[in-house]
Design a protein. Structure first.
Length: 216
């Protein structure tokens, strides 16, 4: 990981936005789709030769699929579009640090470079908990660059959780006892579920303070 390596290398024409910012904005647009669907807002895009070839957003609850993270969706979309199960020379942009499952899929896809936004100190596999891209015993190594538009990416998550908590409070205030959400998949043995699978209405599944979301 080179979280401090979010500097802007290369010759970018004056006044032009750096591609990393442009594509992270595209990933944030995918995160907004997740938000609109009531899913924890994480978005991803796959880029080849400066062009978006795959998009995905976090949707494990609605799709009844614990593997339906944004990265997996973007990889599947890109692989289908390019007609290849491997994506050499492609870059993946995602608004939240990939988990171990997604880091594994990224390696299987032979992605060349991963750019992520907010860190996930509980399940992040690009340096926060483990750094699977720096593990020499694993075959493929993507470059991993974290912290790009981190404030915007974390803010998206914070806004979502704050909104959902306010909704739960309002409904409890009305006494209908319904939080309007389907319970998310949970870890076992008291483990903390990945952010993508958190249930923001569940007091036993508190938002992650490390991304600035203070529990009530
Ligand atoms: Zn993941």
């Amino acid at each position: 990981m080179s979280r401090d390596d979010a500097s802007m290398p290369g010759a970018i024409p004056e006044g032009a936005e750096h591609p990393d910012l442009r594509f992270m904005r595209a990933a944030l647009e995918e995160a907004a789709r997740a938000h609109a669907a009531g899913e924890v807002p994480v978005g991803a895009v796959v880029v080849r030769d400066g062009e978006i070839v795959g998009r995905g957003w976090n949707r494990p609850i609605g799709s009844h699929d614990p593997s339906a993270h944004a990265e997996i969706g973007a990889l599947r979309d890109a692989a289908a579009r390019l007609g290849n199960y491997r994506l050499p020379g492609c870059e993946l942009y995602v608004t939240l640090e990939p988990c171990a499952m997604c880091a594994g899929a990224i390696q299987h896809a032979r992605i060349a470079r991963v750019v992520w936004g907010a860190a996930d100190p509980k399940t992040g596999a690009c340096g926060s908990v483990v750094d699977l891209f720096a593990e020499p015993r694993l075959n493929h190594h993507a470059r991993s660059i974290g912290g790009v538009m981190a404030a915007e990416c974390a803010g998206t998550l914070q806004a979502f959780f704050a909104e959902r908590r306010a909704l739960v409070r309002a409904r409890r205030g009305r006494g209908d006892g319904s939080d309007g959400t389907q319970r998310a998949a949970r870890g076992t043995g008291g483990s903390v579920a990945p952010i993508e699978q958190r249930d923001p209405s569940d007091p036993d599944d508190p938002p992650d303070p490390a991304i600035g979301i203070a529990p009530d």
